[in-house]
Design a protein around this ligand. Structure first.
Ligand code: OGA
Ligand code: MN
Length: 287
């Protein structure tokens, strides 16, 4: 049953720990401050919001995204929309021999821009075209993952730090592509972040890990770092902490990168087209 709220919005949970569907809103129209406050609160509590059946254009996508904060570009500038450089395109489609978006972006567990000193607060991903099967996106609650760790492990990792590296991610995910240029590399130097971070708005702790993008846990022998990272990554994506999103065109999903990880899943990219538009909200330094 949808839960009533003080505004006209209706909220419906999608899974135990993560995800809420928002009903009764048309994102072509400006969102009132009262409704926006409900959305901000729901995002902080539930880490992921779903808006179905939205027929927004690029300008409306950008305008709504800006309500959440300053918008960021991307180091792969070739995949930003020329008219709306706040929009980063994920797609397998090519036009005139050129990819219109980054294909196979996020095909492993990560949170966006964790390789930056100030990673993204959150992202708003809009489904323009989706395959009839496959191409779901998985989301995991890193609050739930932290809460479920046994106390001895919590104590062991509470003050550890890890190195996040876009170059490491790119090298593994896109080994078949042209390597990053010197300029691109300089744009995304490796950074260090706490392995356990505090949500700046709620104070809740979460596990801050990721596959490939997290190169190592710092201050540990290499084999110990590799083993601990593998253990924490495996724990973090336990299905009980996850929600799987089956996309429909017109879906807009907003997630909180400070308390979640997500992962794309494959689809038949020879047979089907997938075109997704993402805006990315600036965040603070993790602590
Ligand atoms: C993203 C992302 C996954 C997907 O937009 O940041 O990782 O399923 N997307 O497209
Ligand atoms: Mn992503």
């Amino acid at each position: 049953m949808p839960q009533a709220t003080s505004s006209t919005l209706q909220l419906e949970n999608l899974s135990p720990f993560i995800g809420t569907a928002v009903h009764g809103i048309d994102l072509r129209e400006p969102v009132s401050d009262a409704d926006f406050a409900v959305l901000r609160d729901a995002l902080n509590q539930r880490s992921l919001l779903l808006f179905r059946g939205q027929q927004i254009d690029e300008g409306q996508h950008v305008a709504f995204s800006r309500r959440f904060g300053t918008l960021l570009g991307h180091v792969l500038t070739q995949f930003l929309k020329q008219q709306h450089p706040e929009i980063y395109v994920l797609s397998n489609v090519t036009e005139g021999g050129k990819p219109i978006g980054n294909h196979k972006e996020g095909w492993n567990w990560h949170s966006d821009l964790s390789y930056k000193a100030e990673p993204s607060l959150g992202a708003l991903l809009y489904a323009v075209e989706v395959p009839p099967e496959g191409g779901d996106t998985l989301f995991a609650s890193m609050h739930a993952a932290w809460d479920a760790l046994d106390p001895a492990m919590q104590q062991r990792i509470r003050h550890l730090k890890a190195t996040h590296s876009y170059a490491n991610y790119y090298g593994k995910a896109f080994a078949d592509r042209q390597p990053l240029s010197d300029k691109q590399r300089a744009d995304v130097p490796d950074v260090q972040h706490p392995l356990v971070r505090t949500h700046p708005e709620t104070g809740r702790l979460s596990l801050y890990v990721g596959q490939d993008v997290v190169k190592q846990i710092d201050g540990l022998p290499a084999d110990e770092s590799t083993a601990l990272l593998a253990e924490l990554n495996a724990h973090a994506i336990d299905p009980r902490f996850c929600y799987r999103h089956r996309w429909q065109a017109g879906d807009l999903l907003i997630w909180d990168n400070r308390s979640t990880m997500h992962c794309a899943t494959p689809y038949d990219d020879h047979k089907y087209r997938r075109v997704m538009h993402r805006t990315t909200v600036a965040g603070d330094r993790p602590f």
